[in-house]
Design a protein around this ligand. Structure first.
Ligand code: HEM
Length: 468
């Protein structure tokens, strides 16, 4: 099984920077400094300012929706030392776990009818082990030709002269890739429901930028019901074929491990895990593919290098073995994930008092780890604001600095699908650049990382490329 990462996650960057001197005992340690000015936990520039002013641990007040469970005061951990620390402090493989995320995720779990289920501890560790094969990169590397075809089906119809929204097309691509390859069932007509479910739960239960009332909206409830319907259909379709003919995929591993209940009803756990790859991967992988395309179209030199690699790849067998050597494409994908990894917040409760960088975190404190602050520090990534496809190649290897690069998170829930996601982003963008001449948005609208699918990223279609 090949699971080689293209990226250097915070896990594989070696020992962390660690404290310069031994930490003071818990009872003597002072509380973290409080941020001097008000700002929002959703504002990355503000959090970077706070990191510069106070170091890797500070307190901020955050009234409003976010406070409805956690209280209004948050301890923020940010920067490379925080990433390295969280990797261990929130890992269920450690005996002395300091940070647990279950309280923050309770509302999300109940939207999946998983009340009473904890997303931490031994149960979660077992579930990760069970699903590791189905989520490994090798789950898709034998089907790269199919992945390319799903892209071609969506984008070859783009017409010259059109101004096109990229994300909706790539959402369809990604839903085909994940649905067919991981659970043997396409998302098909359920795509809009998945998008509504993911976006609503994200803003109403996790980021809490919207009130919980969004979860009572009839359109949302209908979408949620249909997501469950999709899960049922995938399970029924698999059970309609003899078990000895089941493919080696995620759904087979799930059905082997989790028995069906009375009336053949899947447990909430089985249902959530069946639609899991679509919930976890649909928005993330589609937006990241679109961001990479945007960045390349605005950097013609890098785009020409990536396109040359894509053309060379298309000139031979479409295998992962050949694509993974496309160093410029890989560097471009990694830098797109550095610049736009997503919300990049992890919410925890301290389950024991501890000292980090000389400051006390008390048991019960609400903690937010902002793991992409390090991505924007010039001392780690010179000219950090610039897209630079050569950062990750020797001798620079900027991602290998401890705690510097963590697009797939830190701690016990790091992305299980990271290898698949990297493969999708590279395949999707290589295929588009090989087949189409595109230009940046003709209206010059800057892309909106938080925008909905129709508004996030536009391109101008120049024409189809011809190949001898
Ligand atoms: C570029 C695209 C992606 C990014 C940036 C990304 C990022 C992340 C992050 C940051 C987490 C950790 C969340 C936390 O700590 O609570 C995560 C978790 C997860 N991701 Fe991804 N992801 C991507 C694509 C995917 C894809 C395509 C899949 C499925 C094939 C996937 C499956 C998962 C799963 C199952 C988890 C939960 C792991 C757990 O709770 O133990 N992700 N992802």
């Amino acid at each position: 099984m090949t699971t080689e990462p293209a990226t250097g996650h915070a896990t594989d960057t070696g020992p962390g920077p660690g404290p310069a001197a031994p930490e003071p005992p818990v009872e003597d340690a002072p509380r973290p400094p409080r941020a001097a000015r008000e700002g929002s936990v959703d504002d990355l520039a503000y959090l970077i300012d706070c990191y510069r002013a106070h170091g890797p641990i500070f307190l901020i007040d955050q009234p409003g929706e976010l406070a409805r469970k956690e209280g209004a005061s948050f301890t923020v951990l940010a920067g490379p030392a925080a990433n390295t620390f969280t990797m261990k402090a929130a890992s269920m493989h450690q005996s002395d776990v300091k940070l647990r995320s279950d309280r923050h995720w309770e509302d999300f779990s109940s939207e999946l009818k998983m009340e009473g289920h904890t997303r931490e501890g031994e149960g979660h560790r077992r579930h990760r082990t069970l699903t590791s094969r189905g989520y490994a990169r090798s789950a898709v590397t034998g089907r790269i030709g199919d992945m390319v075809r799903y892209v071609e089906e969506q984008v070859l119809g783009w017409r010259p002269g059109e101004r096109t929204a990229v994300v909706p097309a790539i959402q369809r691509v990604v839903s085909e890739q994940l649905g067919r390859l991981l659970i043997g069932h396409p998302a098909g007509g359920y795509l809009d429901d998945l998008v509504i479910f993911v976006r609503t739960t994200k803003v109403a239960t996790l980021l809490r930028t919207e009130a919980a009332a969004a979860l009572s909206d009839p359109a949302y409830i209908r979408a949620r019901d249909r997501v469950f319907e999709l899960g049922h259909k995938a399970i029924q379709a698999r059970r309609a074929i003899p078990a000895d003919a089941w493919p080696d995929d995620l759904l087979t591993d799930l059905l082997t491990a989790y028995a069906l209940g009375p009336d053949d009803e899947p447990s909430p756990m089985l249902m959530a895990a069946t639609v899991g790859p679509l919930l976890a991967g649909l928005e993330t992988a589609s937006y990241r593919s679109a961001f990479l395309l945007y960045l390349l179209l605005n950097d013609p030199k890098a785009a020409a290098r990536v396109r040359a690699e894509a053309d060379e790849w298309f000139a031979g067998p479409l295998t992962w073995e050949r694509l993974k050597g496309a160093d410029t494409l890989r560097g471009a994908m990694m830098d797109a994930l550095r610049l736009y990894p997503g919300p990049s917040r992890q919410w925890y409760t301290a389950v024991q008092p501890f000292v980090f960088e000389g400051h006390l975190v008390r048991e019960g404190d609400s903690v937010i780890v902002v793991y992409d602050v390090s991505h924007h520090l010039d001392e780690l990534f010179p000219r950090a604001a610039e897209f630079d496809v050569d950062r990750y190649a020797p001798p620079r290897m900027e991602h290998r600095q401890p705690g510097a690069y963590a697009p797939f998170g830190v701690g016990g829930h790091t992305c299980l699908g990271s290898g698949i996601a990297e493969t999708q982003v590279m395949v999707n963008v290589a295929t588009i650049l090989h087949h189409l001449d595109l230009a940046p948005d003709p209206l010059g609208v800057p892309f909106d990382a938080d925008g909905d699918a129709e508004s996030a990223v536009h391109v101008g279609v120049v024409g189809r490329r011809t190949h001898p």
